[in-house]
Design a protein around this ligand. Structure first.
Ligand SMILES: Nc1nc2c(c(=O)[nH]1)N[C@H]1C(S)=C(S)[C@@H](COP(=O)(O)OP(=O)(O)OC[C@H]3O[C@@H](n4cnc5c(=O)[nH]c(N)nc54)[C@H](O)[C@@H]3O)O[C@H]1N2
Ligand SMILES: Nc1nc2c(c(=O)[nH]1)N[C@H]1C(S)=C(S)[C@@H](COP(=O)(O)OP(=O)(O)OC[C@H]3O[C@@H](n4cnc5c(=O)[nH]c(N)nc54)[C@H](O)[C@@H]3O)O[C@H]1N2
Ligand SMILES: [Mo]
Length: 754
């Protein structure tokens, strides 16, 4: 099926420029960039109108990241440079009309880069790619829904349908999407979280009884120590830097644990406080620990060792709240320093200093993101972080706790309202009672499970509520094979991406409204990284008169498949208040949903470890889980590659070709390498290399990468996502969460003779 469509971003022409990495994040260049980007894409009136309302109590929720907004006092502008890019790419004035899209074949479109595809502009009308055709054609909404209901009707069993969710979908859209899957009869609800913070959810649910963070934004005012592990806030959560600057101003310390010294963690200028922009900015990290890729579990266990030696534990808390302490103590004491130092790449003396700081802390926050979650031992590493927090009693009081920093702006809310491939019995029973729809009990596929099933021809219908599964998943070529086997693939999207080009036998594009746009059914709601549910109101006129909101599209599909009984699809498609009432009747914590979400700033969902502390675990206590760290021996000629985001992208949406803070310009197909390693291999800056990844007996080749000398631990490499995804084997996943190991890819390097 259209095997000649290119699933990979084409190899770019070489224009790489290398400069010194930046020392200070944001500040005037950040502000100026925000406006320039907005103006270029969206024009002056749309830019001003939107930037003034982003993240305001009555405005739209920035689709950039899930970092929370202040509960009470918000400045005139609660945005950042990268939030501005997220806005501009959606509010752009460019349109990808049916005439333009159908003029070229999918093969031709696939030769364009991801950035070029995004720059085509907003999709304006439903489109269909028919079997044996290479060109998309216009189709009406009714006919598109008819194609889906026909495919649903022809399924031999409901588990041949798979409904993917990207974390930008609102609570209302996501709840209806989950209901649609379950009315079809399946829990096949993979989502972007499977590739993201699934490991955090799994680890924390076992350890502390809730798969979410336990701090509020104001906790950063009271913390005396914040650890930032495996996260690059200067680029991916810029507003977090304001919170960290506040910790510093109040006398607290911030420590970064990362193979790279990321810009923003050394110095930061608040883009909204114009007066402070002059001068050097606030220094953020007091110390930087350049851990080896994958060395965090060993490092955290080293810290645990020191804590136990110092003996400065919260004994009362442990006694009252913790199970498994003795096992943890025994295991930790038995670890030897040589292997801790060897695995982490950090000297013993520095680990002791860090351990002493952690041990002294009265209010400790541990933050983490993809540098931790996308590893084989991710769940174990997060549970070690949780052990450290438990040992110091850092739950149930302000200023302390666990802070997994979420990515997509509503990924946490989507999970709360039912986007879950193994939902709880209590949730399903409540759904059944309140929707009248019989709920399937069998667990469904996550993203990795979906790809395996699709490869085996077990998927007939794949529908995506946003996102770009082809490019976001590991093992791009294998995902493409899977997608090509599907009878019908359906993408509900705002912009064209590679998942619209590598498709099933037939494909549909259903274009939807974005966050910034006026929805006739009223505002929608989202949940941020700290469990605050609040409203989001679009202010701009829709990009095209043919667009429908996500809930209205889901309800249209539901009605075409199942009519309006027992579940009244038309009602929920046209009133978000009705959907919220239904959610309230099903989920605890949503009492008076419609009323409370209309209050300034919304409301907090209950959180046992934060509010109590109480623990929703089988024993009623928090649990210390014990793991040995993997003793990995990598042969001399192999490297460990991590795949990371540049400053100019939002996941698979590429805004531009620069990674300004890291000093990499005009190119994305680059590999960052330690200069000593380059010397040993006889590689010069800007030389080309080929990469081969290795996993068990499998190898994957990816040609022609340019080398950038960079301050990164010896033996480690970094390349950008999604270009490097082709190298990550589908089988390489985190234990317990099944998350692709995007930060741990074993590769060998060959110098190319151009
Ligand atoms: N502008 C912008 N904002 C975004 C996104 C975006 O693409 N662009 N994406 C959103 C999403 S969905 C998410 S999940 C978040 C992602 O936010 P991040 O997790 O910050 O994103 P990554 O670029 O994957 O960065 C991972 C960081 O972990 C480090 N790292 C890699 N391996 C290891 C390791 O083994 N140990 C340690 N300690 N560190 C390691 C890398 O050097 C890097 O600094 O951002 C969200 N916000
Ligand atoms: N190698 C590697 N792979 C990774 C990662 C990594 O660090 N390394 N990170 C992983 C992570 S953390 C995540 S979260 C996933 C992301 O996976 P996804 O969420 O699937 O990918 P995105 O790139 O965020 O999706 C972008 C597309 O969403 C659509 N879109 C944008 N706004 C809207 C909207 O309002 N509504 C709808 N319906 N569609 C919209 C547009 O068509 C756009 O092209 O990728 C994962 N993949
Ligand atoms: Mo993410």
């Amino acid at each position: 099926m259209r095997e000649d469509v290119n699933p990979l971003p084409p190899i770019e022409s070489e224009r790489l420029k290398i400069r010194k990495p930046k020392r200070v994040a944001a500040g005037i260049p950040g502000v100026a960039k925000s406006f320039a980007i907005g103006l270029a894409e969206a024009g002056i009136s749309r830019t001003l109108r939107t930037m003034r309302t982003v993240n305001r109590f009555d405005g739209y929720d920035c689709p950039g990241c899930a970092w929370p907004d202040p509960d009470h006092h918000r400045s005139g502008f609660e945005f950042c440079e990268n939030g501005a890019k997220a806005f501009a790419t959606e509010a752009t004035k460019k349109r990808l009309t049916p005439e333009i899209l159908s003029a070229k074949s999918v093969q031709e479109w696939s030769k364009m880069s991801d950035m070029e595809l995004d720059k085509l502009g907003r999709l304006t009308e439903p489109m269909v790619l028919r079997e044996n055709s290479n060109h998309y054609e216009r189709i009406g909404w009714k006919d598109a829904f008819g194609m889906i209901s026909e495919t649903v009707g022809a399924l031999e069993n409901p588990n041949q349908a798979v409904l993917y969710t990207s974390g930008r979908a609102s609570n209302e859209a996501a709840f209806l999407w989950g209901t649609l899957a379950r009315q079809i009869g399946t829990n096949n609800l993979p989502d972007c979280s499977n590739m993201c913070h699934e490991s955090s959810g799994v680890a924390l649910t076992q350890s502390i009884g809730i798969g979410k963070g336990t701090v509020k934004l104001e906790c950063f005012d009271h913390a005396d120590l914040v650890l930032i592990i495996g996260q690059n806030p200067g680029t991916n959560h810029p507003r977090m830097l304001s919170a960290l600057a506040q910790t510093k101003r109040n006398g607290g310390s911030v420590i970064s644990i990362n193979p790279l010294m990321e810009t923003g963690l050394n110095r930061f200028k608040h883009p909204q406080e114009v007066i402070r922009l002059i001068g050097k900015g606030t220094p953020i990290a007091d110390a930087h620990y350049p851990v080896r890729i994958g060395g965090d579990q060993a490092l955290l266990q080293g810290i645990s060792k020191v804590i136990l030696e110092e003996g400065n534990l919260d004994w009362k808390f442990i006694d009252q709240h913790v199970q498994g302490f003795e096992d943890w103590k025994r295991n930790t004491e038995s670890l030897n320093w040589d292997s801790i130092v060897n695995q982490s790449g950090i000297e013993q003396q520095r680990i002791i200093e860090l351990g002493q700081a952690v041990s002294k802390s009265k209010n400790l926050i541990i933050c983490w993101a993809m540098g931790i979650t996308q590893h084989e031992n991710a769940v174990a590493t997060i549970q070690e972080a949780s052990n450290i927090l438990l040992a110091g009693g850092h739950f149930g009081r302000p200023g302390a706790g666990a802070c997994p920093v979420r990515g997509h702006s509503n990924v946490q809310g989507d999970r709360t309202v039912g986007i879950n491939h193994h939902p709880s019995e209590s949730f399903l029973a409540a759904c059944e009672q309140n929707t009248g729809v019989l709920m399937p009990r069998e667990s469904g596929y996550d993203t990795v499970g979906f790809v395996h099933a699709a490869r085996q021809n077990s998927v007939k219908l794949f529908m995506a509520l946003g996102g770009n599964i082809l490019s976001a998943m590991s093992d791009t070529e294998v995902v493409a094979q899977g997608l090509r086997n599907v009878e019908l693939t359906v993408q509900i999207s705002t912009k064209l991406n590679r998942s619209h080009l590598v498709t099933g036998k037939q494909a549909l594009i259903l274009p939807c409204l974005g966050r910034t746009e006026i929805d006739p059914a009223g505002f929608v709601t989202v949940e941020n990284s700290m469990g605050v549910v609040h409203s989001s109101t679009g202010k701009l006129p829709p990009a095209s008169e043919f667009l429908r909101s996500e809930p209205s599209i889901v309800s249209g599909i539901g009605e075409a498949c199942f009519g309006d009984s027992p579940f009244s699809w038309p009602k929920y498609g046209s009133s978000h208040d009705e959907t919220r009432e239904l959610i309230e009747s099903i989920l605890p914590g949503f009492t008076d949903y419609n009323k409370r979400v209309r209050q300034k700033g919304g409301f907090y969902l209950p959180n046992g470890p934060r509010d109590g502390p109480t623990w929703n675990t089988p024993s009623g206590k928090a649990t210390m889980y014990v793991h040995r760290f993997p003793e990995r021996a990598i042969s001399e000629d192999r490297f460990i590659l991590m795949t990371i985001r540049s400053h100019d992208q939002y996941n698979t949406t590429i805004y531009g070709m620069d990674d300004r803070y890291r000093g990499v310009f005009n190119a994305r197909r680059v590999v960052m390498m330690n200069p000593e390693d380059m010397r040993n291999l006889g590689i010069h800056p800007s030389d080309y290399i080929d990469l081969t990844s290795h996993f068990n007996d499998r190898t994957i080749d990816s040609p022609k990468w340019k080398v950038v000398p960079y301050e990164i631990p010896r033996g480690n490499l970094a390349a950008y996502f999604p270009e490097a995804n082709v190298l990550i084997p589908l089988e390489s996943v985190a234990k317990g969460s099944n998350t692709p190991t995007s930060k741990w890819v074993e590769v060998s390097v060959t110098l190319r003779k151009h």
